[in-house]
Design a protein around this ligand. Structure first.
Ligand code: HEM
Length: 198
């Protein structure tokens, strides 16, 4: 794992994220939360309803996977701003592992989704044009495995998001250390970016 995941050699505390990092963060946050909400509507759906719902669901899921890859590449080249020096060690470690777990879980979730679509007993036509179910033959055993992994992934992502949001609110309202503000959309006055630019 790159040093950029560990704040080593990172810009000083008080710097804020760049516009690109903020945009990727908030677009992905909204899309993943929408996917969780819309996906949970599919739990009790019939195969015909799932075939219809997955036209959009799989398209947005592949978009999330593409954005994740872009964000991962960006993050490897741009160290995030340093965490406050007085943050207890366990909280710094928890923040770093929370971010790593997000990357890993979203990646696994998208791969499990592709596996689910490929082996499903119903047709998955991504965005109405890409027949994902043609990737492999229907396979009830692998379908059940992929669905189980996809369900577990959704549960873990939702739990991690709850911890992430609670931590952001704790920093903002209790510690008042500016952690949420440096990721907030818009330009922070007087602070440098993760690139060291003003
Ligand atoms: C990356 C973010 C994603 C999230 C948060 C997400 C979330 C969910 C959730 C909550 C469900 C309902 C639970 C389940 O049946 O597994 C679901 C179902 C499903 N998802 Fe996703 N998904 C994502 C990506 C994808 C991708 C990339 C694909 C395919 C390309 C996909 C294909 C499917 C399919 C086919 C189902 C229906 C499974 C069934 O028949 O029960 N998902 N998704």
């Amino acid at each position: 794992m790159s040093d950029n995941f560990q704040n080593q050699g990172a810009p000083q505390a008080g710097a804020h994220y760049s516009g690109a990092a903020k945009t990727l963060h908030w677009v992905m946050a909204v899309l993943v939360l929408l996917m969780l909400a819309a996906g949970s509507q599919m739990l009790s759906a019939s195969d015909a309803e799932k075939a219809e719902a997955t036209v959009g669901h799989s398209a947005v899921g592949l978009l999330v996977l593409g954005l994740l890859i872009i964000r991962f590449g960006y993050r490897l080249r741009h160290a995030p701003p340093a965490l406050p020096a007085d943050l207890p060690g366990w909280q710094s470690r928890a923040a770093i592992w929370n971010h790593r777990a997000f990357y890993l879980l979203i990646f696994v979730q998208a791969v499990a989704g592709i596996g689910t679509a490929a082996t499903a007993p119903y047709e998955v036509m991504t965005a109405g044009v890409l027949p994902l179910s043609a990737l492999a033959a229907d396979d009830p055993v692998w379908f059940a495995r992929f669905v189980a992994l996809h369900k577990l992934g959704a549960l873990l992502i939702a739990s991690l998001a709850a911890v992430h949001i609670a931590a952001a609110l704790y920093h903002h309202f209790i510690r008042k250390d500016g952690i949420l503000r440096r990721m907030w959309p818009g330009r922070a006055k007087g602070a440098g970016t993760e690139d060291g630019a003003k």
